[in-house]
Design a protein. Structure first.
Length: 151
């Protein structure tokens, strides 16, 4: 029988031993600096409100990642998690949006980022960690599996 330094109890009552626990409990958007210089519209969670082209309420100012709040119509299972991989993907998309805006080609963009099932791997303390977002198959009325890898 292996002795673990930490044990966690899952919602189903199962107890699992582990070396350590990384708890990602969320982020609060840090928008104070922006609000001192301009009157940005904010989302209900306090982030800078952005539309589907990552534009804020102030002309020519874009935002992405943890500081912003999604202001577009959300897919049923999508939610903003404010984790680094989601912020990174939003950053790539915001860059495309700025380039399209500068070249007057905004109609050529597709949002093309999906977070219904969020997963990524990383390392903490030289240990591989798999991170899963909200995934409760029983909570989903209808879902479709879409697996895509972007190099």
């Amino acid at each position: 029988h292996i002795q673990w330094p930490v044990y966690v109890e899952l919602t189903n009552g199962k107890i699992i031993g582990c070396d350590f626990v990384v708890s990602a409990i969320g982020v609060t958007p840090n928008v104070e600096t922006f609000l001192q210089s301009a009157n940005f519209k904010l989302g209900t969670d306090g982030g800078l409100l952005v539309d589907e082209r990552m534009c804020t309420s102030i002309k020519n100012i874009f935002a992405c990642g943890d500081v912003c709040s999604a202001g577009w119509t959300l897919a049923e299972q999508w939610f903003q998690m404010r984790l680094w991989s989601q912020a990174r993907q939003m950053g790539h998309y915001a860059g495309k949006c700025m380039l399209a805006y500068a070249n007057n080609r905004q109609d050529s963009l597709t949002m093309d980022f999906c977070f219904e099932l969020f997963a990524h791997t990383t390392k903490f303390f030289n240990m591989k960690v798999v991170l899963l977002g909200r995934y409760h198959e029983n909570d989903m009325k209808k879902y479709e599996n879409l697996i895509r890898m972007t190099p």
